[in-house]
Design a protein around this ligand. Structure first.
Ligand SMILES: Cc1ncc(COP(=O)(O)O)c(C=O)c1O
Length: 418
């Protein structure tokens, strides 16, 4: 039998093995077992951890979950999600900045589920889906899994701001080639860079999209990935941009991906929602119909206990306040770690991508895989990206965040000056 023989259907043949993030994490864990956790810096994990390496949780959320009656665990949820949950998800996503328009929501297994449905239901087979050149790897996986591909624009200009002209060029170019364009935009607290678009930048994004939407044959879908919004600083300011999702031309649809993974520390419960905003009632209704259908066709219904927890939180102001307080403690921990890393990076002249908030800091470099491998020899575990390495400040103590930039700078200097 030839070495190219495969049992797998032709569209599913892949060469890629283990996810790089999970691979780095298992290497870090086995190093910790051998030499002790104190000597290991595991900056690969995309979850907020306490200084001792255990998962940070919001105690009130966990208590609510634990105290649910048996049937809340055992029963199915409706295919589209519990109605109370869908209302709560809208409140959690928009806060005080509910956009004007027809709004519908469908429950999904986290933000990932929303990405899947948006790509599948709003781009054509073979289309390019647009995102920035720094992006979360699974965007590509999900696009390719569904017969699409990712194309990118340059995220940062020479002033380390949003590269508007690159975005405009790429949107225009793709809309010359295809009639539908799904744009994945992860802000605030972008993964992997920590960038958040300013209001001015958001306005410019919509000016560009509105200009393109003058051609009524085109359909533009702005997918707003807000996975990290609850760790993006002031909860009001960080949501203000969502007002811009209202009053748009009928051929622009905005989809907000709400997730309970980070903001409610329920990563494993796989619960979130996709929420659309449209100036056309029929487009919002169609959104509900097609995405519910996709739920049924891909994973059936979502995780009922997590939905019930969110419903309870948003029907009790005291509970919500309590959770916000607990989250603030985690936000402070995260900010302190990031600040320590950034200060030290400045001191040792280590260039990083413009960070404003969030779980990750990215260090651009020429040889990411080699840098990651070299750092592993010093028991520092990071994730290689196409044009740099990702350091998860969310999972590393402040002390370690202070020690590491110098080591990274030394490795990069060594490899780039060979
Ligand atoms: C940028 C980004 N979007 C979406 C997600 C989706 O997470 P989940 O499916 O757990 O909601 C993540 C998780 O790491 C992420 O980093």
């Amino acid at each position: 039998m030839s070495s190219t023989f495969s049992m797998v259907a032709s569209h599913s043949r892949r060469t890629e093995g283990e996810d790089k993030i999970f691979a780095a994490n298992s290497a870090a864990q086995s190093a910790a077992k051998t030499i002790g956790p104190d000597r290991v810096v595991n900056a690969s994990v995309g979850a907020l951890l306490d200084d001792d390496g255990s998962l940070s949780v919001l105690p009130t959320v966990i208590e609510l979950l634990k105290n649910l009656p048996a049937e809340e665990y055992a029963a199915y949820a409706p295919i589209g999600g519990l109605p109370g949950f869908l209302e709560a998800a809208k409140k959690a996503a928009f806060g005080d900045f509910v956009p004007n328009g027809y709004i519908e929501a469908v429950a999904t297994p986290g933000g990932s589920g929303a990405i899947r449905h948006a790509i599948w239901n709003y781009s054509e087979m073979g289309d390019a889906v647009l995102t920035s050149d720094w992006y979360w790897g699974p965007y590509k996986t999900i696009a390719e899994e569904h017969g699409r591909k990712i194309e990118t624009y340059t995220f940062f200009d020479e002033r380390d701001c949003f590269h508007l002209s690159s975005f405009q060029r790429k949107v225009h170019e793709l809309l010359q080639r295809q009639n539908a364009l799904v744009i994945l935009l992860n802000s605030p607290a972008h993964n992997p860079t920590g960038y958040s678009l300013t209001m001015e930048e958001w306005n410019a994004v919509f000016d560009c999209l509105k200009a393109e939407a003058a051609n009524k044959e085109k359909r533009i879908i702005l997918f707003s990935d807000i996975a990290y919004i609850d760790f993006a600083g002031n909860p009001k300011e960080s949501r203000a941009f969502m007002k811009l999702f209202g009053n748009l031309p009928e051929n622009i649809l905005t989809i907000v991906a709400f997730s309970m993974s980070k903001g409610y520390t329920l990563y494993g419960m796989r619960c979130g929602a996709m929420i659309c905003i449209s100036s056309r009632k029929e487009a919002a209704e169609e959104f509900k119909t097609v995405n519910q259908f996709s739920n049924r066709g891909v994973w059936s219904n979502g995780t009922r206990p997590a939905m019930t927890v969110l419903t309870k939180i948003f029907s009790d102001p005291q509970l919500l306040e309590q959770i916000e307080k607990e989250r603030q403690v985690l936000q402070t921990l995260l900010t302190e770690r990031a600040e320590s890393f950034i200060q030290e990076a400045k001191r040792v002249n280590l260039k990083i991508c413009p960070y404003k908030a969030g779980f990750f800091i990215t260090i651009p470099c020429k040889y990411p895989d080699a840098v990651v491998a070299e750092l592993q020899k010093e028991y520092i575990f990071t994730v290689p990206l196409g044009k740099g390495i990702r350091f998860a400040v969310c999972s590393v103590s402040k002390d370690k965040c202070t020690l590491v930039p110098q080591k990274i700078a030394a490795v990069i200097n060594k490899l780039e000056n060979l």
